[in-house]
Design a protein around this ligand. Structure first.
Ligand SMILES: [Zn+2]
Ligand SMILES: [Zn+2]
Length: 251
């Protein structure tokens, strides 16, 4: 007889340690649902998924995370960032928007599965610690326009920020930033044009932001214009420091 097919009344009579073992024996990967052999506490991914979902440590622009074909280190800024630098004072991210990470983010957007949110929020927390963050006051997620929020039912950046906040011990402030205009999704528009199209599309609440040091969060970065417009708005509202963290950079 398979261990996990024992009837409940038998399992309840077992020693608690053995019961815990049974529970662990049946633990499944959050992403692919395969059984995780010998999981350690806190493990939610099977070794194969964990192998594919690894944080990127080099080969990207240190300001906008543009992925380089060559392994330059992150002090090497891309041409766009040297011409028109972004306003944030620090950036970190998990990896490029492709492969398994892309499919997990898409699945999460359309299903809002708690397990996936927890796995992605944990990756966001992992990305956060690649830059100094302990001195920051709060996490602020990039907001959705109310019309978009009604359509989708949840703001994925806010949910991920909540998981991340618990992991790194920072408070999440969901009302500091709001979207005032419903703008079309990011396209491959040039940085300058995209920035123009987003001008004043966000507003920040001065009373929550003034004098505070902020970690701004989003799931995907395409041109960086959304994060830039939010950063500028936070500075206008008196923020003294803005750093950004996101999950995936489009390639
Ligand atoms: Zn897996
Ligand atoms: Zn760049």
């Amino acid at each position: 007889m398979q261990l996990h097919s024992l009837p409940g009344r038998v399992i309840r009579k077992l020693d608690p340690v053995f019961r815990l073992f049974l529970k662990m024996a049946g633990r499944r990967c959050t992403v692919c649902a395969s059984v995780i052999e010998e999981p350690t506490p806190g493990t939610v991914l099977c070794p194969l998924c964990a192998q594919e979902l690894k944080a990127r440590r080099g080969g990207f622009c240190g300001m906008c995370a543009r992925i380089y074909a060559l392994e330059y280190d992150s002090t090497h800024l891309c041409l766009d960032c040297r011409n028109i630098p972004f306003s944030w004072q620090g950036m970190s991210f998990f990896s490029s928007y492709q492969g398994l990470l892309k499919s997990v983010i898409l699945r999460y957007k359309f299903s809002a599965e708690l397990g996936l949110g927890s796995a992605l929020g944990t990756m966001l927390a992992e990305a956060a610690v690649f830059q100094p963050y302990e001195h920051l006051d709060m996490i602020i997620p990039v907001p959705l326009h109310p019309a978009r929020l009604r359509q989708r039912g949840f703001n994925q950046s806010l949910e991920l920020a909540r998981v991340m906040g618990r992991k790194i011990g920072l408070e999440v402030q969901p009302h500091a930033l709001f979207k005032t205009r419903n703008t079309p999704p990011q396209t491959s528009m040039k940085r300058k044009l995209r920035l123009k199209s987003l001008r004043r599309a966000f507003a920040a609440n001065n009373s929550l932001v003034n004098g505070r040091k902020v970690l701004l969060i989003d799931d995907i970065m395409t041109t960086g214009s959304t994060m830039e417009e939010c950063t500028r708005e936070l500075f206008r509202a008196g923020a003294s420091e803005v750093r950004i963290v996101f999950l995936a950079r489009t390639v």
